[in-house]
Structures are given as structure tokens and as C-alpha cells.
Design a protein around this ligand. Structure first.
Ligand code: PHE
Ligand code: ZN
Length: 856
């Protein structure tokens, strides 16, 4: 293992050398691929330092400086670097290395996904291909020649434009690519394989034609249509919204089954987890369709926010990720229901990002200390990062923000820059002072807003007082105060009419006064979730009910209902026999009757997630929380049975709907089913839906209901599903997920059986997550069971993954390192597993960083 020393943002220094061009030749071979790299290197500045190139897991074959072959005495070689103590200022360096793609189960650098060769270089994977200055501020023009057997690898792809092809002896052929845009090594990509190819084209508003190509496994061509349509929508959207058009003649996407993340924005050649490309109605859910559209757009948007302007160093990751997530969220909102899309963002933040921000790996969106960069592709950098960009958008307005974007590209196109550079462009273009706002980049933790109100009938004045506090509930010192946009709406008690307004909270505590109210208005706070904060504000049930029906802001209508439900979940956790009020039935009955968008109604009826409620309760007993959720669900289902049944059948019978309406209708129908399925005698409804489902959304809703309630038909439904989908990996992932979320006391025996299933492979990240990840997130009752068996199960799998794929291991350990969320019994059981893992020999840097953070 290499050195495990952290790196600090404060230590940043410009590179001692630059590389202006790199010419690569790959002679592909499963176990011995030869990589020849020819680089023009130039000293930067007037120092005499040696050239130190990064390199890991490489076999060095030769090094040549200009025409001179170096001998082993001319350089120093370690596990992580090649150091050449030269005095020359400018030279051509030729390095030949050998690598073993077949044995690369970490899926970083060059690896095999099934029969295809594929690369993943972000963040620091290029150093597993050749010795290089593997840092994002070293930008070079890449030319790449790929050589391989023509029968097995008819397609040889890399970044940029194809400049040469040819036949060689022994059945081999080659293709050479040239990318005219200088780029950092993390954006390099190579793919070789045999695929089906979906081709299309897009004409930019300036009339330039771009070839669009999506490569998928043979037989999957029809499943790439939605991805292609999404790509074209994203290209048009970015031209309309930000005047950003694509810049090369070809845009390629390759879908692979073995991938650690969602997808990767390599210049002109995106590599995607097949999960975010392939879909047809039979095999993919409505959520899959939504996610594909979002990820395709995300990677496409990176071409400007990430590739044309990139990060100076990895501490600046949110520069490209926060901004690009914000862009894809806006796009998804425009293509679908805006409010529903926004609600989904908030759910992710509240149920996962808040916990990360309160746990041992908490970090600002611009981290200051990193040991393993792969550990910082986090919900904080991505999702909270996007919220920070959204706040700038809220403060500047759409027009000001667009001006800021234009200035950002004017100043920094072709450069590697910092988060401060971005914020400065926004501030300068709009004439807004964002100096205090910048604290969002350096403070970790979720701020709390404490809210008080006062009404004086004499003066007809309503007063709202908001203070800002840190996680521990202490009011911020003035120098730590954040600049927080708080959208509010005051709803007149008599007329029900709302008035919207944007407040800017900048101090420890501020009061706003509103005149001319005959009666106390009801306030809807944080419209559209205008800041990533928690709100401590005791509104009465009655006020929340007013908001649920009357707030103009859709997010606030939804949020009020969630707040009401959380309130009663808290009561049930504290007192399991607590008897729930009928008023809950009354209000949700009104929600079911209201003439809202069915997709929105489905969101209103969805109970707050386990993680979201757990985050609100100090040292929660997880099983008490599961029981509380179950009780609340029963109560609502029983009280609303007739209406839910009617709504369910009504949705089922609807015909002639548009695509969008059909999705909403399915969402509403399936949330009704999830309630009805908890009631006695629901078996037949679930069986009937499973038997008659015409799409994967409905099939999975039925299976989930069967799993959640451990219904008698479950096993036979699972075998029918398995027989049907045996050969479709993405659907079998869903099958493993449902198997792992079954609410049954024999779950551990079942998990063992699933691990031994012929289709299970821990080497495939999607498959590993579909079983292990699903168990820990979708089955809290057994994951947190008193015996500690759930934690033991997870620790065993992490131990296996530590050697196979450290990145996947490191993601799955999340619930264990967040042990302080739970009661003392669980804490002790979790700590036991954490300590055992810490004692493993050969611990990866990824796990070590997290274990040390958790245990210190
Ligand atoms: N940069 C990718 C994205 O956000 C994510 C990624 C990171 C993929 C690291 C692979 C490895 O789109
Ligand atoms: Zn991204």
C-alpha cells in the first residue's frame, strides 16, 4: 500500500512542470496491455526541482528523454511515483508501461467490463495507466492510438475526433483519436469492444451538425432510445438556458455493466453505468426513466461546467459537481413536474446529506483535508454543493445568474480554477456582494434556523424573528454567520391569499415586521426549500393544515404535511401506545380529494423516510422508529381505506393519458397500494397487480408491497420474476434488492442464499449494491436488529470488498460510521464491527480514512 498521508487545500502549489501534448499508444491485451506515452514536458518557473510523475500499479518498461534511453540509475521509482532528477527545461519524454486490466477489480484505470476494455480516470485513475502529472491543473492535448484484435474489438474509441484508422497484421487494427481541447488526465477515456450502436445527430442553433452515438451491449439497441432523446433535450436546454452549445463534431456514450459510479463526463466519450442508459417500459421503472434523463443531462452539462472550465485541484470538486447538479436539477424540473422534482432533491438532502454533515466524515462543500479523494464524491459536495449554487441563483435572480455564468466562461474558458473564481464571477456580473456568502464553502454542518413570531392586533403588525444556529444549537458568532436566503409566504387568515417575499438573513438574529394584517397570518417558511437548513419552528397542527392546502409554494404545501407526519412519528417513537388523532385522517382525506397533480398527491401521501426521521431524533432506537412508521401507516390506511381503494381503482382504469400523466397516475396508484397492502385481506390486490402489471413500475410496486408486508405470495412471485428476467442484469439487480428488503425473520438465511446465487457477484458494483446496499438501507428493522447480526453481515461484506473494490466498500460503510445517530446499544454493536474492520491487515486507504474518522 502507498503512503496514507492526508493532503491539505492550504498546501496547494502550482505544478513544477507542465505537459502540453501527450501522444498515447495502447496495445490492448487482457493481462499485459502495453502503453506508450510521448509527452512534451516543460519546466514551469525558475526552480531546479526534479520531475515527479504519479504512477501506481504499473510495470515500467522503459523511459526515454528526448533521444536518450534512461537507465535505472537515472531515476527513482517507488510504489507511487517516478522521479527524474533532470536539469533540462524542456524535453520530450517517452515512457512505456505495462498494465493488467483483467485483474483490475477496483475498476480504476484500465479495466475489463465483461468483454470490453474501459477506463475510469477520475479522480486519480490515470496514474494506473501511465506515469503522469495526474492533477487537474495540468492540461494537455491528447492524441490516442488504440490497437486491438479486430474481431473481438471492432470499436476502438477515445476522446475527440477520429483522425486515422488502419489494418495491422495478425487480425489487428487501430484507430487514432485527437482531442483538440487541452484537458486534465481525469477526462481521458478509452473503450474497446463489440457493441450495438445507436446513431443520431443534433444540429446546434448555429447550424453545426453533431454526430450522436450510443454504444450498448449487443441486443440492447431499443433500450437506448430514451437516453438518446434525453441527450437531445439536454443539448437544446443548455443552448436555450445558458447559450452553451456543444463543441466537438461527435458525442459518444458507452454503457458498461461494471462501473463504480453513475457515469463519467470524459471529453466527447462519456462512460456510463448501463443503469443510467438502458430502459424500456417492460424492464425499467418511471424512476429509472427520470434518473436516466437526469444523468445523461448531468454528464452532458459537464462539457462546459467541468471540462471547458475545470477544477484547479480536487478540493474544488464542487466547482464542477455542485454547479452541474444544480444544472441537471433545473433541467429535470423543466422536463417534469418542477415541484415533484424539487421534493425529490429535498428528500435526499434530509434523509442522507444531513446525516453525513453531522457524522464523522462531515466536511465543507470545499473540503480542506483529504486522504483518499474517492471518499469526497459525497452528498455534501454534490447535493449540498448544488444547494449553494441554487442560493446564489435565488439571491441574484435568473437573469443575474445567467450574466454570472457568461462572465465565468468569458474569464475562465480553457482554465482550471477555484470555487472562489466562480463566486467572484457571479458577484461581479450581478453587482452583488457575496463575500459573506462564501462562508458556505468553508463551513460544514447543517445550520438551524430558530423562528419566533408575534402578532399585535392593535397595530395590525406581524413580526417574524429568525436566528441562525450551528448544529449544536448555539447561536452563530457574528463572524460565522451565513448569508441565507429565506423565501416566505404570509397567508391571510381570512382570505387565504398568500404574499411571497425573499428575506436575507445575514446576522445572528433578525426581525422583520409586516403591516396591515387584521388577523395573524400563517407563515410558509423556506419556499422552494430556499436554503439547506433545518427549521426549528413550532407551528400548530392547524397552521400546518392551512399550509398543506393553501400555500402557493408547492414545496411548502408538501413540507407542512411532512412536518405533521414527523411530529406524530416522534410521538410514537417516544410512546408506542400513543393514540393518533382523527384530525390526521381528516386532513389526508382532504389531500386525497383535492384536485392536485396526482404525482404531487403521491408525494404528499409518502411518509417521511427512515433516515429523515432518524436524523431528527437524538440517539434514536431504530426499531422503535420502524414500528412507529408501521403504526402510522396502519392508522392512515385504516382511516382512509375507502378513499384509497377508490383512488387506486380510479387510477388503474384511467386511459388516454399522456406520458407525464400516466407516470403521475401510476405514482398515486402505487402509493395507495402501499397503504392498502398493510391492511388484512390486501393479499389479493397485490397478487392481482403483480399478475396484470403491464410495466416494471407496477410490477415492482406489487413486489415491494409483498416484501414489506411479508405476504404469502411473495416467494412464488419472486420465482416467476426470476424466471422471466434471468438474463437481464439490470432487472435482476431489482430482484436482489427486493430479496434483501423482505420483512421476514429468516432474512439472514435468505441473504446467505442470495450471496450464493449463481447470478450474484460481489465484483460487480451494481450487483453488490443491489444486495448489500439494499439490505442496509431498505431493511432497517433487520439491519438494526438487537442481536447485532445485521451489522456483522455488513462488516463481513465490507471485509471482502476491501480487497476487491475499495470504493464500493467505502460507500457501504456509511451507516456504521454514523453510529452516533443511534441508541447506546446499537452504538456499542456498531463500534465492535468498526474496531474489527480497523484491525484488518491491508486496509485500503478509502476505508482507513473513514474508520479513523469514526473511531477517533
Ligand atoms: N464525475 C462523475 C460525475 O459526477 C462522477 C464520477 C466520479 C465518476 C469519479 C467516476 C469516478 O458525473
Ligand atoms: Zn458530475
Amino acid at each position: 500500500m502507498s503512503e496514507f498521508t492526508p493532503r491539505y487545500l492550504a498546501d496547494y502549489q502550482v505544478s513544477a512542470f507542465t505537459i502540453s501534448t501527450i501522444d498515447l499508444t495502447f496495445e490492448l491485451d487482457d493481462t499485459a496491455t502495453k502503453v506508450t506515452s510521448v509527452m512534451s514536458v516543460k519546466r514551469q518557473g525558475s526552480h531546479k526541482q526534479a520531475l515527479v510523475l504519479d504512477g501506481e500499479h504499473l510495470t515500467l518498461l522503459s523511459v526515454k528523454m528526448d533521444e536518450c534511453l534512461l537507465s535505472a540509475d537515472d531515476y527513482f521509482l517507488s510504489d507511487t511515483a517516478l522521479e527524474i532528477p533532470t536539469q533540462a527545461d524542456e524535453f520530450l519524454l517517452t515512457i512505456v508501461t505495462e498494465i493488467n486490466p483483467q485483474d483490475n477489480t477496483a475498476l480504476e484505470g484500465l479495466f475489463k467490463s465483461g468483454d470490453a476494455f474501459c477506463t475510469q480516470c477520475e479522480a486519480e485513475g490515470f496514474r494506473r495507466i501511465t506515469y503522469y502529472l495526474d492533477r487537474p491543473d495540468v492540461m494537455a492535448v491528447f492524441t490516442t492510438k488504440v490497437v486491438a484484435a479486430k474481431d473481438k474489438y471492432p470499436y476502438l474509441l477515445s476522446n475527440g475526433n477520429k483522425i486515422a484508422t488502419g489494418e495491422l497484421g495478425d487480425g489487428k487494427h487501430f484507430v487514432q483519436w485527437h482531442d483538440p481541447f487541452p484537458k486534465p488526465s481525469y477526462l481521458f477515456a478509452l473503450v474497446a469492444g463489440d457493441f450495438d450502436l445507436l446513431q443520431d445527430s443534433y444540429v446546434t442553433s448555429e447550424g453545426r451538425e453533431v454526430a450522436l452515438e450510443i454504444f450498448v451491449d449487443k441486443g440492447n439497441l431499443s433500450k437506448a432510445e430514451h437516453a438518446m432523446a434525453s441527450l437531445k433535450h439536454a443539448m437544446a436546454w443548455d443552448e436555450e438556458t445558458f447559450s452553451l452549445a456543444y463543441d466537438l463534431d461527435i458525442y459518444m456514450i458507452v454503457a458498461v455493466d461494471f462501473f463504480n459510479m453513475g457515469a463519467m463526463e470524459n471529453k466527447g466519450l462519456n462512460v456510463f453505468n448501463s443503469k443510467y442508459v438502458l430502459a424500456d417500459t417492460e424492464s425499467a421503472t418511471d424512476i429509472d426513466y427520470f434518473n436516466i434523463e437526469a444523468v445523461i443531462a448531468h454528464e452532458y452539462f459537464h462539457n462546459w461546467t467541468g471540462n471547458r472550465v475545470t477544477c484547479r485541484d480536487w478540493f474544488q470538486l464542487s466547482l464542477k459537481e455542485g454547479l452541474t447538479v444544480f444544472r441537471d436539477q433545473e433541467f429535470s424540473g423543466d422536463m417534469n413536474s418542477k415541484t415533484v422534482a424539487r421534493i425529490q432533491n429535498v428528500r435526499v438532502l434530509r434523509s442522507q446529506q444531513f446525516a453525513e454533515d453531522a457524522g464523522p466524515m462531515a466536511h465543507p462543500i470545499r473540503p480542506e483535508k483529504v486522504m483518499e479523494m474517492n471518499n469526497f464524491y459525497t452528498l455534501t459536495v454534490y447535493e449540498k454543493g448544488a444547494e449553494v449554487i441554487r442560493m446564489i441563483h435565488t439571491l441574484l435572480g435568473g437573469e443575474g445568474f445567467a450574466k454570472g455564468m457568461a462572465l465565468y466562461f468569458e474569464r475562465f474558458d480553457g482554465m482550471a480554477v477555484t470555487c472562489d473564481d466562480f463566486v467572484n464571477a457571479m458577484a461581479d456580473a450581478s453587482g452583488t456582494d457575496l463575500s459573506q456568502f462564501k462562508r458556505w464553502y468553508s463551513q460544514s454542518g447543517t445550520p438551524h434556523l430558530k423562528v419566533r413570531e408575534a402578532f399585535d392586533p392593535e397595530t395590525s403588525q406581524y413580526q417574524l424573528t429568525i436566528s441562525q444556529q450551528n448544529q449544536a444549537g448555539e447561536t452563530f458568532a457574528a463572524e460565522d454567520c451565513l448569508h441565507i436566503p429565506v423565501k416566505i409566504e404570509l397567508i391571510d387568515a381570512d382570505s387565504g391569499i398568500g404574499q411571497g417575499q425573499l428575506l436575507e438573513l445575514t446576522g445572528p438574529e433578525q426581525t422583520w415586521t409586516f403591516a396591515h394584517y387584521q388577523a395573524k397570518p400563517v407563515v410558509a417558511l423556506l419556499g422552494d426549500f430556499s436554503a439547506p437548513v433545518k427549521v426549528d419552528f413550532e407551528q400548530t397542527d392547524l397552521a400546518l393544515e392551512v399550509l398543506m392546502l393553501a400555500a402557493r409554494d408547492g414545496f411548502c404545501r408538501w413540507d407542512a404535511g411532512q412536518k405533521l407526519l414527523c411530529r406524530y412519528l416522534h410521538k410514537l417513537v417516544a410512546e408506542p401506545d400513543y393514540s393518533l388523532p382523527e384530525s390526521l385522517i381528516t386532513i389526508f382525506s382532504k389531500i386525497l380529494q383535492a384536485d392536485s397533480d396526482p404525482a404531487f398527491t403521491a408525494e404528499q401521501l409518502t411518509l417521511p423516510a427512515f433516515g429523515e426521521v432518524a436524523d431528527q431524533i437524538h440517539q434514536v432506537d431504530p426499531v422503535a422508529l420502524v414500528n412507529a412508521q408501521k403504526k402510522l401507516k396502519h392508522f392512515l390506511a385504516a382511516g382512509l381505506q375507502q378513499q384509497l381503494t377508490a383512488c387506486y381503482h380510479n387510477c388503474r382504469q384511467k386511459t388516454g393519458l399522456s406520458q407525464q400523466q400516466a407516470i403521475g397516475s401510476r405514482a398515486l396508484k402505487n402509493i395507495c397500494l402501499s397503504y392498502l397492502a398493510v391492511l388484512p385481506g390486501a393479499e389479493s390486490l397485490v397478487t392481482d397487480q403483480f399478475g396484470n402489471a403491464a410495466n416494471m413500475t407496477d410490477t415492482l410496486a406489487a413486489l415491494n408491497a409483498a416484501a414489506f408486508n411479508n405476504l404469502a405470495g411473495f416467494d412464488s412471485q419472486m420465482s416467476a420474476f426470476e424466471s422471466k428476467w434471468h438474463d437481464t442484469p439490470l432487472v435482476m439487480d431489482k430482484w436482489f434488492t427486493i430479496g434483501a428488503s423482505l420483512n421476514s425473520a429468516d432474512i439472514f438465511e435468505r441473504l446467505e442464499a442470495l450471496l450464493k446465487h449463481p447470478l450474484f457477484s460481489i465484483k460487480n458494483p451494481n450487483r453488490a449494491r443491489s444486495l448489500i446496499g439494499a439490505f442496509i438501507s431498505a431493511n432497517p428493522k433487520y439491519f438494526h436488529c438487537q442481536t447485532g447480526r445485521g451489522y456483522r453481515f455488513l462488516a463481513e461484506q465490507i471485509k471482502r470488498l476491501n480487497e476487491i473494490n475499495p470504493q464500493v466498500a467505502s460507500r457501504l460503510i456509511t451507516p456504521l460510521i454514523q453510529y452516533k445517530e443511534y441508541d447506546l446499544t446499537r452504538q456499542e454493536l456498531m463500534l465492535e464491527q468498526l474496531k474489527a474492520l480497523r484491525a484488518l491487515p491491508q486496509l485500503s486507504r478509502d476505508l482507513l480514512e473513514k474508520l479513523d474518522a469514526a473511531l477517533n
